[in-house]
Design a protein around this ligand. Structure first.
Ligand SMILES: Nc1ncnc2c1ncn2[C@@H]1O[C@H](COP(=O)(O)OP(=O)(O)OP(=O)(O)O)[C@@H](O)[C@H]1O
Length: 248
């Protein structure tokens, strides 16, 4: 494993009954990189996230994080080691304040036991960083969809990850909100966090990723820079043909 690879997935297989969700997928995420993960519905993207985050144990294959084989570790151990994720559909504690939602993430997500005051300070800092500080005292149920996506980011950041897995953080948002969240993602990355992001909004994922991996039917169809991917005939046929915003 080369020095600057922080996360490596090797030949991962995951089946559900007779369905092969992942059929030998490998990828590498470099330190400080943003790697986009795209592909049609059902391609296996979220299953791969579940394997990396520890929600699913693969049938075969390994997940290496910071040179350690973490394939058998539970999700909370992986979180403490430095892998954090967001979910496609945010599920905050609806009756709790925005601030308290992030405090919970900071208190339980940190590798090192921290006190409640330190967790609160960390949460305030993250809310400022992401731009959700004005809403910090609202109950989470009062947030707009865009604000819930930002809260989901804050909750993931509260664990102080080295690798952040983002599952469709801009899906369903207006273009101004998409732009705002992509700027936040760039700043998170510039602060030293490597990012693997699943995204169907092509303008967003192509705009921030250094490299893109394309999955189809649980296999890697292509890998390359955004420019290479938008010109790849197989990718256009399998996926980008229906995405009119792909190249713009
Ligand atoms: N827990 C599960 N039990 C059974 N089948 C599953 C399970 N999770 C995923 N699958 C199946 O595995 C395949 C890959 O699903 P997955 O959610 O990983 O795709 P995806 O690329 O994330 O799709 P989308 O873009 O729609 O989110 C699909 O056929 C899906 O129905």
């Amino acid at each position: 494993m080369s020095q600057n690879i922080i996360l490596q997935v090797d030949e991962v297989w995951k089946t559900f009954g007779g369905l092969v969700a992942l059929g030998g997928v490998s990828l590498k995420l470099h330190q400080n990189e943003i790697l986009g993960l795209i592909g049609p519905n059902g391609a296996g993207k979220t299953t791969l996230f579940n394997v990396i985050a520890g929600a699913f144990r693969p049938d075969r294959g390994t997940v290496i994080f910071k040179h350690e084989n973490i394939t058998g570790l539970k999700p909370n151990r992986r979180c403490h080691l430095g892998i954090s994720r967001t979910f496609q559909i945010p599920k905050p504690f609806l009756d709790m304040s925005v601030l308290d939602n992030v405090v919970v993430g900071a208190y339980f997500g940190s590798a090192r036991r921290i006190g409640i005051e330190a967790a609160r300070d960390a949460a305030v800092e993250i809310l400022n960083f992401v731009g959700l500080d004005k809403q910090k005292d609202y109950p989470a149920k009062n947030l707009t969809i865009g604000e819930r996506k930002k809260l989901e980011l804050c909750r993931a950041l509260a664990a102080k990850p080295d690798v952040l897995l983002l599952d469709e953080v801009v899906g369903g948002l207006h273009s101004s909100e998409v732009k705002e969240i992509m700027e936040v993602i760039k700043r998170i990355n510039q602060s030293g966090v490597a990012i693997l992001m699943i995204e169907h909004v092509m303008k967003a994922v192509m705009g921030v990723s250094q490299r893109i991996v394309v999955l189809q039917y649980g296999k890697k169809l292509a890998e390359g820079t955004p420019d290479e991917i938008v010109q790849n005939e197989e990718v256009i046929a399998a996926y980008l043909g229906g995405k009119r915003d792909a190249a713009s």
